[in-house]
Design a protein around this ligand. Structure first.
Ligand SMILES: *Cc1c(COP(=O)(O)O)cnc(C)c1O
Length: 262
């Protein structure tokens, strides 16, 4: 028998993480997050090299992004396409930087994403896939994509219900500019670790099932799950990408309702 994992969430710190304002702050925060990633991996016998840390810079100014870059970050996640595009333009001198769009996309913004993003983690409809494909073809670019799944059952959350994911995945090989990499989810923002963990387990089990059911030409290696308040639990449940904002940059002044429907 294995001991059940009792890793707590840090959602009690949501909105209260200290601001990072110096290079030293960013170095320390990144070191802390990386150490916690390594510890979570060790608890479940995973190799920490199998977990990618995606720093989330939404609402944070260019100065913070440059400090994070100086501290070693080479990619950033942004929720809103226009904000991401603006930051991409402002940091064009940092030529080895990659941008990941992790928020819901409207088809009329597909053109922006196609121009600069390396990855899109919130694919949730055929219409968005079609719009991205058309714009990517025009740009001569390709995009890594993850399908966003609603694992919490909250009506307010974006993402496909788990039982609709297979149907979308089966259509995606028709879009050669979209390189399907895996699934993404946001867990319940709950202080109760067991409720949070259940969302992550649901995403992993769905991925395992879809690997059997859906054609081999679809790649489903990536599980993007976990943020500042719950990435350690997500890693214990198999996350290969964690999206961490506040624990690196500090709390956001903008309320979350700006980014997640409530
Ligand atoms: C903002 C955001 C995150 C990061 O949240 P933090 O609490 O800042 O770590 C992760 N995923 C998505 C989709 C986000 O919009």
């Amino acid at each position: 028998m294995t001991t059940p994992l009792e890793t707590p969430t840090r959602h009690d710190r949501h909105g209260r993480w200290p601001q990072a304002t110096s290079l030293e702050d960013f170095r320390r925060n990144l070191a802390t997050v990386r150490a916690r990633i390594a510890a979570a991996c060790a608890r479940v016998g995973r190799d920490a090299a199998g977990v990618r840390l995606l720093p989330v810079s939404k609402t944070k100014p260019e100065a913070g992004i440059r400090l994070a870059y100086a501290a070693g970050c080479r990619e950033f996640g942004e929720n809103k396409p226009q904000e991401a595009y603006r930051k991409w333009e402002a940091t064009a001198d940092l030529t080895d930087l990659r941008w990941s769009v992790i928020g819901h996309l409207q088809t009329n913004k597909a053109k922006l994403v196609a121009r600069f993003a390396s990855e899109f983690q919130a694919l949730d409809s055929l219409r968005v896939a079609e719009a991205l494909e058309r714009r990517l073809q025009a740009e001569g670019r390709a995009l890594d994509v993850l399908v966003q799944v609603n694992t919490s059952g909250e009506a307010s959350k974006y993402g496909l219900p788990p039982d609709e994911v297979a149907a979308l995945l089966r259509r995606l090989p028709a879009f050669p500019a979209l390189r399907v990499r895996g699934l993404m989810t946001l867990a319940l923002l709950s202080a109760e670790p067991e409720r949070v963990r259940r969302c992550f387990v649901r995403l992993r089990e769905l991925r395992d099932r879809l690997r059997q059911e859906v054609a081999q030409c679809i790649g489903l290696d990536e599980l993007s799950m976990g943020m500042s308040g719950d990435y350690e639990i997500a890693i214990e449940e198999g996350a290969t990408v964690v999206r961490v904002g506040q624990a690196i940059f500090g709390a956001r002044a903008t309320p979350d309702a700006e980014y997640w429907p409530s």
